[in-house]
Design a protein around this ligand. Structure first.
Ligand SMILES: C[S@@+](CC[C@H](N)C(=O)[O-])C[C@H]1O[C@@H](n2cnc3c(N)ncnc32)[C@H](O)[C@@H]1O
Length: 374
């Protein structure tokens, strides 16, 4: 199914979460000199114009990068991401938003490799054109020419299939971003299968998966399924900007699930997610969840409030899932089952991976309902 165009959604709250996390992962990879390969299985168009065409139709950037643009009080790591976006907008006006390939290109070094896959013929062409323009611009600025063909490889094709051919990478270091449209519910299964296969080929890779948090069953069960993959450690973060309406329309919440996360990521998320909830949150349903787990069996599970204080020790790791599949308790003002849990609410939960721990939080004050839905 090729009806999805990311241009309609560029810069929304889900992009903010995804690209912010992506940049943290690059920063971590950059700590070692050894080159690494970045594989973007669903690359999109690379750069999106916000001031015209698709993106301006619903102005979804108003739910994400828009409210961050002029803020002066951001945590440093978030400011770094916003500055990367600003680098694409030298006039200071918010006109362009970078997709994951552009974020990668900016964050990576000359010695690293980008492998970008996009199935949609139009977006694959725009992606290639965008990279050509970036290279031309760099050359015009007198920047040292990098062997683009070697460093950046763009292919129109199926990213799930490509992953099989690229792992393990020669450099033995890889960061993989998997970001399908999920319009076809098969994408949930394909992601899980791709991760299972990839972990066999390259168990030490860092794999980051973006996913929508929706009412549909595949979405509600998705994170719990990923927690059972045979990986040493995982980290799951969700950002919810508002309570879903009764019609379930729009995207209110999304998550990033990371296999083999760097140890630096969780503390960074604990600093930044409360801020994002505060600034992007539209109503009392705005919240975040950070949870992590390992293959270690028998560890206890704890929940920690947004202020870092211990909240509810759950004790039984099998009850640690935040995305309750069925029967989760719904309290007044609490997001419905399937959206990330609200701090302090405990209900029957589906079995989850052992060794999980969880942080969640809500904005500190009431919010006025947003006028626009994603
Ligand atoms: C959510 S968008 C990607 C956005 C991009 N990762 C970013 O953050 O800027 C998903 C993209 O995957 C493409 N796509 C769908 N199925 C694909 C497949 N099997 N392989 C590669 N690309 C695919 C769609 O055309 C769409 O452009």
């Amino acid at each position: 199914m090729l009806s999805y165009r990311h241009a309609f959604h560029a810069g929304n709250h889900a992009d903010v979460l995804k690209h912010f996390v992506q940049i943290q992962l690059h920063e971590y990879m950059n700590q070692k000199d050894t080159a690494y390969t970045y594989i973007d299985t669903h690359a999109g168009a690379g750069v999106y114009a916000l001031d015209g065409g698709y993106a301006s139709k619903n102005a979804e950037y108003d739910t994400g990068i828009g409210p961050l643009w002029d803020r002066k009080d951001m945590p440093k790591q978030l400011a770094d991401y916003v500055n990367l976006v600003k680098g694409l907008n030298p006039s200071g006006k918010m006109r362009y938003y970078p997709g994951s390939p552009y974020c990668a290109d900016k964050a990576m070094r000359d010695q690293d490799r980008l492998r970008l896959f996009e199935l949609h013929p139009a977006d694959a062409k725009i992606l290639a054109d965008n990279f050509r323009k970036v290279a031309e611009h760099a050359a015009a600025q007198g920047e040292r020419p990098v062997q683009r063909g070697k460093r950046v490889l763009i292919e129109r094709g199926d990213g799930f299939h490509a992953l099989k051919t690229l792992l393990p990478p020669q450099s033995r270091r890889a960061l993989v971003l998997i970001d399908p449209p999920y319009e076809d519910k098969q994408d949930y299964r394909k992601v899980r299968d791709a991760l299972e296969d990839s972990l066999e080929r390259f168990p030490s890779g860092i794999f980051a998966v973006w996913y929508p948090v929706l009412q549909r069953m595949e979405s509600r069960q998705f994170a719990d399924k990923l927690k059972r993959l045979p990986v040493k450690e995982w980290l799951n973060v969700t950002l919810t900007v508002s309570t879903p309406g009764p019609d379930g329309f729009g995207l209110h919440s999304s998550g990033m699930f990371i296999l083999n996360p760097p140890y630096t990521l969780e503390p960074t998320l604990r600093q930044v997610l409360p801020y994002l909830v505060e600034v992007l949150g539209k109503d009392a349903g705005a919240t975040f969840v950070i949870e992590s787990g390992s293959q270690m069996t028998g560890s206890s599970t704890s929940r920690v409030g947004a202020n870092g204080s211990a909240r509810v020790p759950v004790g039984n790791a099998r009850r640690a899932s935040p995305t309750a599949g069925t029967g989760s308790l719904r309290l007044p003002g609490q997001a419905p089952a399937g959206t990330p849990g609200v701090a302090g609410a405990v209900g029957p939960r589906t079995a989850a991976a052992p060794g999980a721990r969880r942080t969640s939080g809500r904005p500190t004050g009431p919010k006025t309902p947003g006028s626009r839905r994603p």
